[in-house]
Ligand binder design. Structure first.
Ligand code: FE
Length: 204
């Protein structure tokens, strides 16, 4: 075929570590305690995160407040470095650093609408509690707002030609993406709470 693909969008998905069930359970406990304790965050979430709790508006640097989250930062940084290497980014000798890290608790019916992560270059999520059937992470083709007169894609089109891709949420998995890539979490339709930790990295 005289056709080549250019300008790919890369998404990284790997287990955080081998045998991390205990670590995830510990993080899940901390996230639930945080919600109990963080009245400001609950108030912020009531306005901005309907049906759920996020510490994004109140405690968005959890890596600096808890040794468990500091440990998570250390583990995540290895993955982010590997991803940045694979993207062939020239960091000009600068270091990458986690700038934000926050918890997201999504009880039944909670959803998180389409957004991107400003002021960072790599973002991601770590899954700590993912009841069977809970929603995954849905990414949108970054060119979608430029398609204008383009016809839709065939339903059976190859995965790389689809306009959306959904990664299942699986406890213990890290998903990384470039921060400009828009994504959402569809409503949680199962009768159990989904817990994830999101984060941003910058280079400085
Ligand atoms: Fe996000």
């Amino acid at each position: 075929m005289p056709i080549r693909a250019w300008f790919p969008t890369f998404i990284y998905c790997e287990p955080l570590q081998r045998g991390g069930a205990r670590f995830s359970a510990e993080l899940a406990g901390e996230c639930r305690r945080l919600r109990d304790y963080d009245a400001a965050g609950r108030a912020w979430s009531a306005k901005n995160y309907p049906g759920g709790y996020t510490s994004y508006g109140s405690m968005a640097q959890l890596q600096k407040f808890s040794s468990t989250f500091a440990t998570l930062e250390r583990k995540l940084t290895r993955h982010v470095r590997a991803f940045a290497r694979a993207l062939e980014l020239d960091l000009r000798g600068r270091e990458i650093c986690m700038t934000d890290c926050w918890a997201n608790l999504m009880p039944p019916a909670a959803a998180h609408s389409l957004h991107l992560h400003p002021l960072s270059f790599i973002s991601g999520t770590y899954y700590v509690a993912t009841p069977s059937g809970c929603p995954g992470l849905k990414f949108e083709d970054p060119r979608l707002d430029r398609f204008m007169a383009a016809p839709p894609r065939r339903p059976g089109a190859r995965a790389e030609n689809q306009t959306h891709v959904t990664y299942p949420a699986e406890t213990g998995q890290v998903i990384l993406f470039e921060s400009w890539l828009r994504h959402e979490v569809p409503p949680n339709r199962v009768d159990a709470e989904r817990i994830s930790i999101s984060f941003n990295y910058n280079w400085a």
